[in-house]
Design a protein around this ligand. Structure first.
Ligand code: AHG
Ligand code: MN
Ligand code: MN
Ligand code: MN
Length: 337
């Protein structure tokens, strides 16, 4: 029983995406692979800044307010700049939408490519200064045939995205990706500077034991949400109540939901008429990943990926996670509460 030698055949994210293309027999142009390489680089660059933030005066406010009326943190602004620069320079993008920029960025002809990237450069801003997990979320569309790249190329349902993912900056940096063929997770090996396949074919359990809502908003919640949450906390006798976990970084809450199962929700309520999370660069990518992992993602009344956006920063209610758990919420909505 000899000890196993370390593997000499590691699967990097780039290798894995390429092998997917070989398997699909696609006449791959390699453009999407190169775009994903650019995104990987931004995640590595942001990850190293997150790690050093406290040491290099990167905590705290930047002094400006974004289009959502949120005070920008220094890391929000830095991460946005890193992504805009890298995505433009990749030569593979035509339209960029960022949480931190009011208008979409239309890439000039010199650098124009065939993809549009919508992104939340730094998700979980409120957690930065406490050193709690934060992340980056992205979704990718291919421009419509014949288009030169306009806002219309991103005002499309999430079901038309060709890829989506997030990187979570936690105890390690984890990039979780779908290109429409399941979900895979990669962990950054900082010494190699490569994302290595560590979570092949992530499948969300059909039912979980955890619910993840900001219940501090309970006084504003609508009856279906209140009654659903009560059903988790006060189950019929003999059954155990659910555990509560809420980090306040969508990336971290969704990451845990994908791996452990359960439900994450940010509903619309009496105060936030469309909820809080942004459709294009928060709800769509996470809904795409969740469905690809075998779960469901709904507003309570509609499949998230079917929504046709009318503006780039619009918000949408979100319930996502294990199939059976999300179906339970839907029952409360259908029953009128
Ligand atoms: P961002 O930091 O990109 O603005 O996103 C914050 C979002 C999301 O990460 C999280 O799920 C949610 O806001 C938390 O909101 P509350 O603080 O209202 O719970
Ligand atoms: Mn924000
Ligand atoms: Mn966010
Ligand atoms: Mn953000």
């Amino acid at each position: 029983s000899g000890e196993e030698l370390p593997s000499t055949d590691i699967i990097t994210l780039t290798r894995h995406v390429l092998s997917d293309q070989f398997r699909a027999g696609a006449v791959a142009t390699g453009d999407l692979t190169l775009l994903l390489t650019a995104i990987q680089t931004t995640s590595k660059f942001i990850a190293t800044n997150v790690r050093k933030a406290r040491l290099i005066n990167l905590v705290g406010l930047a002094g400006e307010t974004n289009v959502q009326g949120e005070e920008q943190k220094k890391l929000d602004v830095l991460s946005n700049d890193i992504m805009i620069n890298s995505l433009r320079a990749s030569g593979k993008t035509a339209v960029l939408v960022s949480e931190e920029l009011e208008e979409a960025v239309i890439i000039e002809d010199k650098y124009k490519g065939n993809y549009c990237v919508v992104f939340d450069p730094l998700d979980g801003s409120s957690n930065i200064d406490a050193g709690v997990n934060i992340g980056t979320i992205f979704g990718i569309y291919r421009i419509k045939p014949g288009s030169k790249g306009t806002i219309e190329d991103v005002l499309r349902p999430g079901s038309e995205m060709v890829a989506a993912g997030y990187t979570m900056y936690g105890s390690s940096a984890n990039l979780v990706l779908t290109t429409g063929n399941g979900v895979n997770g990669y962990t950054l090996d900082a010494a190699l500077g490569e994302f290595i396949l560590t979570h092949p074919d992530i499948r969300i359990p059909p039912r979980g034991k955890i619910y993840s809502f900001n219940e501090g908003n309970a006084m504003y919640f609508h009856p279906p949400v209140v009654n659903y949450l009560n059903s988790l906390k006060f189950p019929p006798s003999g059954k155990s109540p659910y555990s509560a976990r809420y980090i306040g970084s969508m990336v971290a809450d969704v990451h845990r939901t994908l791996l452990y199962g359960g439900i994450f929700g940010y509903p619309d309520d009496k105060k936030s008429k469309s909820g809080k999370l942004r459709l294009l660069y928060e709800a769509f990518p996470m809904a795409f990943l969740t469905e690809q992992a075998g779960g469901l993602a709904t507003t309570g009344t509609k499949r998230i990926l079917d929504i046709v956006p009318t503006s780039i920063h619009q918000r949408c209610p979100v319930f996502l996670g294990s199939r059976d758990d999300v179906q339970d919420v839907l029952k409360f909505y259908k029953g009128g509460g």
